[in-house]
Ligand binder design. Sequence first.
Ligand code: BGC
Length: 422
Amino acid sequence: MTMKSLLKGTAVIAVAGALLSGGVARAEPEVELMHMWTTGSGAEALAKVADKFREQGGTWTDNAIAGHTASQYAALRARVMAGDAPTAVQLKGPNIHEWAEAVGLADLSRIAEPGNWSEVMAPALVDIMSYDGHFVAVPVNIHRVNWMYTSRKALDAIGETEAPENWDQFNAMAEKMEAAGIIPVAHGGQDWQDITIFEAVVMGMGLDFYKKAFIDLDDETLRGLEMVATFDQLRKMVDWMDEGMPGRAWSEAAVLVMKGEAGFQFQGDWYVGDMSRLGYEPDTDYLCTTQPTADGSFGYTLNSDSFAFFEQDSEDRQEGQALFAELAMSPEVQVFFNQAKGSIPARMDIDLSDFNSCQQLSAEHLNQAIETGGLVPSLAHSMAQPQRIRSSVMEIVSNFMNTDMSSEDAANQIADAVQANI
Ligand code: BGC
C-alpha cells in the first residue's frame, strides 16, 4: 500500500514533526481525538477518559465524526491532505500499518517501555499495534463481533429456553416467532450493520470458510457454493427483518429485542454496554451466544478499538499524545472504559469479576479460540483487511440486502471487487 493509494491519488502535505520521544515536561498537554463514538456507551465511556485527561491538567478537544469507520476515515484523509492531521485518531487493524507506512505515526516507546506494554497487552494485539519494531498505537479494548443476541421474552413466547446453535434450529425458531407476530431478526439498515450480520453468517458457515474468504481472500472460495449458501441464508434473514429498518440505529433495533418485539440480533458486544446503560441485563432480558454454526466449528472474530498519533512539532501536543496513550492503557481506564463499553480489556492483567456475564464469556471464548486456532480478525470491523477491501464488500452486501440480487451474483460481485482492490 502506498501513500498514493491510501489518499486516493491526492497529493499529501506531509505532517512534519518530531517523534513522540522527547522527554519534555508535561507543561500543557493537549490532544484532539478524532473518533466515531457520537452516542451511547462509546461516547459515555470516552467522556470519562476525557475527564481523566483534564484531571491531569490536559486540554481535550473532542472530534466525533458521525457515521461509522468509513466516514471517520474519510474525514481523517481530508485532514491529512490539508496538512492538519489530528493529534490522535481512532484507528484499527491493518489501517494502522497503512498510515504508519504512508505518513509515519508517532513512536510510543517512551510510554510503552516503562508501561511494559509488550508483556501486559493481549498477545493477539501486539503486532497490530506495532510498526517497525515499536508501538505506534494503543488498544483500549477487545470487542468480539460474532455474537447473536436472543430475546428472553421472544423465546418465552414460542415456548423455548435456549438460543439456537445451528442454522436449522435458528430458521425453525425464526418461523415460530414470525407466526407469533414477533419480528424474527432485528436490524438497522446501515451499511456497517449489513456487513456485520453478513460476517456472522460467513462465520456460521464454518471457521475454515471464514479464513479462506476473509483472511486469504481466496477467489474460488469467494465465488464458490458455500458463499452462495451464505447469501441464501442471509436472504432468509433479510425477509425476516421488519419494514422499519432503513437507517435505524442498531441500538433502537436492540430495544425491540429487549421488549420481546423482535427475536434475534447480530452485533458485536458494544451491544452489552448499551443495553446495560438502558437497564437491560444479560440472561434476564437477552442471551448472548456465539452465532449459529453449520459445521460446529468455533471461532472468535476480533475487533479492537485503538488510537494512533500523528507526529507533531508542538511540545504541548507531544505531551498530550503521551498522556493520552498512557491513560488509555492504564488499568484504571481499561476497567471503567470496558465495563461501560461491553468489551473486555486489552490488558491481560485485569480481574474480570466485576464485569457482566457476557463479558466474562467473551474472555473465556477468547482463550478457547486462541487454544484452538479460532481467533480471527473481523472484516466488518476493519481488522482483517484494509478499508478499501472492507468498503467494497460492504457496498455489495448492502446492495444485496436492499434489492433482489441473486446469491450467485452477490458472490461473484464480491470476488470481482476483492480482485480489483487487492
Ligand atoms: C467499534 C465499536 C463501536 C461499534 C458500533 C465498532 O466498529 O469498534 O467501538 O461501538 O463499531 O458503532
